[in-house]
Design a protein around this ligand. Structure first.
Ligand SMILES: [Zn+2]
Length: 247
């Protein structure tokens, strides 16, 4: 049973046809792994926490840098050189004191994803590393954990939900080959429009909530956003029957 205070707090979600008391309870009980505490991870974590998720495991090895501040909205100039997940946890708990945050200063990779995702209902890939994204995709497909992938560079963003619990839906490797060459830290190399990366992070939080609650799930689609032209395109993806990750 959800107490009255929580119901009152979530009353505007409860006015939506797709939400009920069980949804609020399910969000409270779900644990979310967020990989990355940068321009995607900060807004995603903030909205998940305020929208009713209670348990967040947050992983990022980096410390706050002055160039992060225009888009990594939980950090200030007082936090320079402090681990991002430590600052992020402190600020989130100030906003939502009942929040349970595991802050882990590590790089997520093949060696620790099993431990990091233990007990988690969904994973958000908020990294800026192409290789890490493939590793997380492979892990989530193999272990049938839904995954919400966001990325952004320059004026362009992408969003994709990979849900292997649903049959015949594409995974990240169906669309992007692993051996493609991409620059790590693309925002450092090519720049990034701050409100764009924030938008993608918020959409990740939204898709995570919808996927958890089984509301109009968008798995098998790729959203391409361009903040310069304000074009939003959604591509229907087909599963690659030769994909060496999901087929
Ligand atoms: Zn695949």
């Amino acid at each position: 049973m959800v107490d009255e205070h929580v119901l009152l707090r979530n009353s505007r979600h409860l006015l939506l046809n797709e939400f009920n008391e069980n949804s609020i309870e399910f969000l409270l009980e779900s644990r979310i792994l967020i990989v990355g505490a940068g321009g995607l991870g900060c807004p995603a974590a903030l909205y998940l926490a305020t929208a009713g998720v209670k348990k967040i495991r947050w992983v990022d090895p980096d410390k706050v840098d002055i160039s992060n501040l225009p888009r990594q909205i939980l950090f200030s100039e007082n936090d320079l050189n402090v681990p991002k997940v430590i600052v992020g946890k402190r600020i989130l708990k100030k906003i939502v004191p009942t929040l349970d945050v595991d802050a882990i200063e590590e790089i997520a990779d093949e060696t620790n994803l099993s431990k990091l995702s233990s007990g988690c209902n969904i994973v958000l890939d908020c990294t800026d590393r192409f290789k890490t994204r493939h590793v997380i995709n492979k892990f989530c497909v193999k272990n049938k954990i839904p995954l919400v992938i966001g990325s952004a560079v320059g004026w362009s963003g992408q969003l994709m939900v990979v849900n292997s619990l649903k049959r015949n839906t594409a995974c990240y490797a169906c669309v992007f080959e692993e051996n493609q060459e991409f620059t790590d830290d693309p925002c450092g190399a090519f720049g990034i429009f701050s409100p764009l990366v924030g938008t993608v992070g918020l959409l990740q939080a939204g898709e995570a909530i919808k996927t958890l609650l089984k509301i109009n799930q968008t798995t098998g689609k790729l959203l391409l956003l361009n903040a310069l032209s304000l074009n939003f395109d959604r591509i229907n993806l087909t599963k690659n029957t030769n994909c060496n990750v999901c087929s």
